[in-house]
Design a protein around this ligand. Structure first.
Ligand SMILES: [Zn+2]
Length: 292
């Protein structure tokens, strides 16, 4: 129902609007001197041309399909062993993927969570930013905030002490807050009208624990935390003249590059051994669990 919204022949039906949009896009592309909307749209992206974009997609397509076939074969083997006469279909994937995970790796998410304390993960991100980008984070309490749950850190260059910007952290769910996790900039770095430092923020929707109770998060959520922090670092490392080009205002096929690279640091021994420590025993996450 969600996917088909706008296609139900009612007052919210979009079928007549779509050809209008396509015709206007084609007309605009011609006015700018491009053969199609795709050519115009890609002209300032990394891919540059529709042909290159298609080449990239097709280069991924074959290995991706091959991998799906391997995974479905694993699921089918489990279904066969259950003797229910099921042929695995796409709508069975999520349910049977969990069974494969359990059978192949004996991995239980609840075993991992005690090692992923939100505040330790945040410390891990700060440490990573120090190692990679010479950034230092000091919490401050003398700036305006829009909610008591929001905390703010001053970001400086570790070696010189030069001010880089501020990092706002708004981790908890509350009524009226947008769902999911994201990065945003309340102010972009720029130099065309004085030396303007950026104000970036990371936002997520964790359930707030009681006072002095750790917020334990899933591996997926820890990954997302590092990913969104990667966007924040992209903003903090910005060094441009004009705000239009500042921070994450880059080509849309580049913007996920810093975040996707930086999320890979989470599962390195450097981070896990220091920061993925059990919230009660303070022992680092066991190697066997990481291998699983
Ligand atoms: Zn992202």
């Amino acid at each position: 129902m969600f996917v088909n919204r706008g296609d139900n022949g009612d007052q919210n039906d979009n079928n007549d609007i779509i050809p209008q949009i396509l015709a206007l896009r084609a007309e605009r592309a011609k006015l700018f001197g491009y053969p199609t909307h795709a050519h115009w749209k890609l002209s300032n992206k990394m891919a540059k041309t529709p042909d290159k974009a298609m080449d990239l997609l097709l280069a991924v397509w074959k290995p991706a399909v091959a991998r799906v076939k391997e995974e479905v074969a694993d699921m089918q083997a489990i279904a066969n062993s259950e003797k229910l006469g099921i042929k695995i279909e796409p709508w069975d994937y999520r349910y049977y993927a969990e069974k494969v995970r359990k059978a192949k790796y004996d991995l239980d998410e609840s075993q991992i969570k005690p090692y992923l304390d939100l505040e330790k993960m945040r410390e891990g991100m700060f440490w990573m930013a120090g190692q990679l980008f010479d950034l230092k984070f000091d919490q401050i309490n003398d700036v305006p905030k829009f909610h008591p749950d929001v905390r703010v850190w001053k970001v400086t260059k570790g070696s010189t002490g030069a001010l880089v910007g501020l990092w706002y952290f708004d981790p908890y769910a509350r009524e009226g807050k947008r769902s999911g996790a994201w990065m945003t900039a309340y102010r972009e770095q720029s130099k065309n009208n004085g030396d303007v430092k950026t104000l970036v923020s990371n936002n997520s929707n964790f359930l707030k624990g009681k006072a002095n109770e750790p917020v334990l998060i899933s591996l997926d959520d820890a990954n997302t935390l590092f990913h969104e922090f990667g966007h924040a670092l992209h903003g903090l490392c910005s060094n441009v003249t004009y705000p239009k080009l500042s921070g994450t205002n880059v080509a849309t096929d580049y913007v996920e590059f810093p975040s996707q690279i930086l999320e890979r640091w989470l599962l390195t021994p450097e981070i896990l051994n220091r920061f993925a420590v059990h919230y009660q025993t303070k022992q680092p996450i066991p190697k066997e669990l990481v291998q699983k």
